[in-house]
Write a protein that binds this ligand. Sequence first.
Ligand code: NAD
Ligand code: TYD
Length: 339
Amino acid sequence: MKILVTGGAGFIGSNFIYYMLEKYPDYKIVCLDKLTYAGNLSTLKKAMENPNFKFIKGDISDRKFIYDLFEKEKFDIVINFAAESHVDRSIENPEIFLQTNVIGTQVLMDASRKTGVKRYHQVSTDEVYGDLPLDRPDLFFTEETPIHTSSPYSASKAAADLLVLAYHRTYQLPVTISRCSNNYGPYHFPEKLIPLMIIRALNNQTLPVYGDGKNIRDWLYVKDHCIAIDKIIHKGKEGEVYNIGGHNEKTNLEVVKTILKELNKPEELITFVKDRPGHDRRYAIDPTKIKNELGWEPTTTFEEGIKKTIKWYLENKQWWEEIISGEYQNYYEKMYGNR
Ligand code: NAD
Ligand code: TYD
């Protein structure tokens, strides 16, 4: 079995690569990544020592390059993690989100069709469903919830999902889609809520909470996402969408306070800053379908997962210090300087 993992130098893709190399010692895994600001080769250092793993630098929206790669490698399965993934960046500059998230998906599917890939899996997000009101805790996203996007990021992911389903219906491309809630865990880029807060708290810096901090996200430990994708690519039904989430809803303020408590830091570090434009209020996944059809359930609670994650950031300072010492410094100034 030969699997292409795109975006594998990023957060979830790299966790997936480590999970698969360990679980399937006879599979060949090829990682294709453009190494944007969010991709980090040092994340894959240990994988590079495995003879079943290969890294290739390239852009999923570069048609000629992708066609040549697919002809040469003859992949059995393609899993597309590659994306521009940060909502705040999509508000600043939407264009690259369309190029990578939409055109890149189309190019990968065209190459999959040409070379007879047996399964194309699109890693999508619960953000395609828009948001839920805070005063209706009884409501959840199911696979039937209409697409209703808020940010240029979620709109680009939704556009890609529709294209994936169209390729199934029109060309019978054997596709599946997963829509997962917010992930957290090792190798999470320090511009996202949880790693940002851990690192800033460790450095005794202020913690910028958007708006009133009451927005709710449904947090899933990244390994549970990897287990779900493994099940979908092996046992999921072609043409189907699977929601992935663990009923772990927390307000942003709860998350930040948990981190401060774990690190023994004062709540005075919390600073409320100007809200994100179009800020989604609540995401909450109903995972009944994947539970009933594929027997998937989360294995890590938020309480365990956040402890493991904090431990990982404490033990892997070099990984994030290299990231935040570079271009990221300028990013922080630009995004938070005037808030
Ligand atoms: P990430 O930003 O950490 O990683 C994305 C990776 O894609 C990076 O390594 C980057 O270099 C690479 N990449 C970007 N543009 C590329 C291109 N044109 N060609 C090749 N590689 C390119 O993102 P992540 O958090 O790991 O998310 C992975 C996927 O999961 C995304 O599709 C995202 O939409 C989806 N998702 C993320 C979450 C979450 O909480 N992080 C939740 C649900 C779904
Ligand atoms: P984020 O990690 O960017 O994920 P997403 O927007 O895709 O859910 O943000 C998670 C939540 O945390 C979201 O409600 C925005 C909020 N947030 C802050 O309050 N402060 C911050 O500095 C960041 C990055 C996010």
